[in-house]
Design a protein around this ligand. Structure first.
Ligand SMILES: [Zn+2]
Ligand SMILES: [Zn+2]
Length: 159
């Protein structure tokens, strides 16, 4: 289960407005999915989103989750993340922190976010030298988490 993080009401409102421009009907299933997405700061897979949304509303179907995910990414409020795993992750934290970076454990897939002034500086410097202007940036580091480093495996290893 996701930690009960502070709900991102602002992003949720923006997404509802986005749905409005598409004339999409708000169903109770979709409502449960949206509450889930903007009620967590965790990165999630489609399967996790299905499980968490079902904890709110048993009627949420896999099909609705898979239909809603592209809308979430299209709105720009959720980003699809490819960490080189066989499933994609979705990140609900870009609305507030558009330039954050990730470090992920290669074993348990624990994801930690970080921001770095230094990285932004380096990217600006390189882009400037090459005659580009930075629009977006992302950095992903694959690593061994503390537990993996010490014990050669992680307890929280994802299924
Ligand atoms: Zn993130
Ligand atoms: Zn780990």
């Amino acid at each position: 289960m996701p930690v009960a993080a502070k709900p991102n009401t602002n992003a949720k409102e923006k997404f509802l407005a986005f749905l409005g421009t598409k004339n999409l009907r708000m169903t109770s299933q979709r409502q449960a999915i949206i509450e889930t997405v903007f009620g967590t700061e965790e990165h999630f897979t489609a399967d996790q989103l299905l499980e968490w949304s079902r904890a709110r509303d048993r009627s949420v179907s896999r099909a609705t989750v898979y239909r809603t995910l592209p809308l979430l990414t299209e709105s720009g409020l959720v980003r699809e993340m490819d960490f080189g795993k066989d499933h994609k992750y979705y990140d609900p934290n870009y609305a507030d922190h558009p330039n954050h970076n990730h470090i992920i454990c290669q074993d348990c897939e624990k994801i930690v976010e970080f921001e770095s002034e230094k990285i932004s500086q380096i990217e600006n410097e390189i882009s400037h030298r090459l005659g580009f202007e930075v629009k977006t940036q992302r950095l992903q580091i694959t690593a061994s988490c503390d537990e993996f480093k010490k014990r050669g495996r992680c307890n929280k290893k994802a299924c």
